[in-house]
Design a protein around this ligand. Structure first.
Ligand code: SAM
Ligand code: SF4
Length: 335
């Protein structure tokens, strides 16, 4: 292993999120427009390139990999990639291999993912109402996702549900969702909607449901205890005393979590974003592709990128206009 990656603010970079595709079998209204143009295949890192890229980051001290997208499980041959990462879990260099998925393909992949060493998955689910689910995902079907969640739990994967908090959409399901997760022994994390990408006519300020309000609503029925858990990211956790459940709140817009940020994001085309909320990125595909026999130029490019990791992001909804808006889609950077 080489010297660890430390940024200019003395934060050690130990967590890499990797988008393996920009494609998806859903078209969630807050994430994509109905008619998305996807990248030509040759722009994408191949599975071998993804392996080499992740292996290099692991050699440089990354201990946690989260695979995301787009929908990671629609990437052709994706199990080859997961199976390849197993060797880093076996060696102890990689502490956790995980993914964020919409659950649609989980029934097919759950056992293989467990076999590859995945132990926890985040599955996104915004509503338990079939009609509303079809509306919000445009192309998704709820029963398929429920089957996926069943399969994941059967396979032994610990499931955490991610729910985007949307005003006027799932406010009324706060307790239904919480109870449902408690019954199935699943933790639940609420995510504040973020100003990413052009998604057509949806007005994002209309969708914005402040998580501090959501938390107040939860308090009406439950006793919440703050938990000290920190993942180096924007999530904060509480325990519901009545159910023992852990509830997370991801509030990238209203909380300052940047001082403990330990992560960077790699897009499916090999761009490294040092901050979710900033446009600055470094192209890692060229140093990787142009040097098939040596990882040294890639390592150099990674080190140089980390020296540019900014202190924090600039998202701001406070003046009733979406400032600090980032033009790329979440499916590009990887949510
Ligand atoms: N397709 C997978 C999924 O849906 O879980 C992985 C990629 S998706 C971009 C990752 C997460 O980002 C999902 O939980 C999704 O709900 C969330 N997300 C997408 N667009 C968002 C936005 N504009 N604001 C907040 N969360 C968003
Ligand atoms: Fe696809 Fe996930 Fe975006 Fe929904 S949130 S469109 S499932 S990438």
């Amino acid at each position: 292993m080489t010297a660890p990656l430390i940024d200019p603010f003395q934060r050690a970079i130990s967590y890499l999120r990797v988008s393996v595709t920009d494609r998806c079998d859903f078209r969630c209204v807050y994430c994509m427009s109905e008619n998305m143009t996807f990248l030509p295949k040759k722009e994408l890192l191949t599975l071998e390139e993804l392996d080499r890229m992740c292996t290099t980051f692991i050699d440089m001290g990354v201990e946690k990999l989260r695979i995301t997208g787009g929908e990671p499980l629609v990437r052709k041959g994706i199990m080859t990639f997961f199976d390849g990462m197993t060797r880093h879990l076996d060696s102890g260099a990689l502490k956790e291999l995980t993914l964020t998925t919409n659950g649609s393909q989980m029934e097919r992949f759950a056992d293989d993912l467990y076999e590859a060493g995945v132990r926890r998955v985040n599955i996104s689910l915004d509503t338990l109402d079939e009609k509303k689910f079809a509306d919000i995902t445009r192309w998704g079907r709820l029963p398929q996702v429920i089957k996926g969640i069943d399969a994941a739990q059967r396979a032994g994967l610990r499931v955490k549900i991610n729910t985007v908090a949307l005003k006027g959409f799932n406010e009324d399901e706060l307790f239904t969702l919480t109870d449902w997760c408690a019954e199935r022994d699943m933790d639940l994390t609420f995510i504040e909607v973020m100003p990413m990408g052009d998604i057509g006519n949806e007005d994002r300020l209309d969708q914005y449901w402040k998580l501090s309000d959501l938390r107040t609503d939860l308090r009406e029925r439950f006793t919440l205890t703050d938990l000290p858990d920190r993942t180096g990211g924007p999530a904060r956790y509480v325990r519901i005393e009545e159910t023992g459940q852990k509830i997370g709140f991801i509030t990238p817009l209203t909380h300052n979590f940047c001082e403990s940020c330990n992560r960077v994001r790699l897009t499916c085309t090999g761009e490294l974003y040092m901050c979710l909320g900033q446009e600055d990125m470094a192209d890692l595909r060229a140093p990787l592709r142009n040097n098939p026999a040596s990882d040294a130029p890639l390592m150099e490019a990674i080190r140089s990128a980390i020296t540019r990791k900014p202190k924090g992001h600039d998202f701001d909804y406070s003046r009733q206009s979406v400032d600090g808006r980032v033009s790329r889609h979440m499916s590009h950077t990887g949510g």
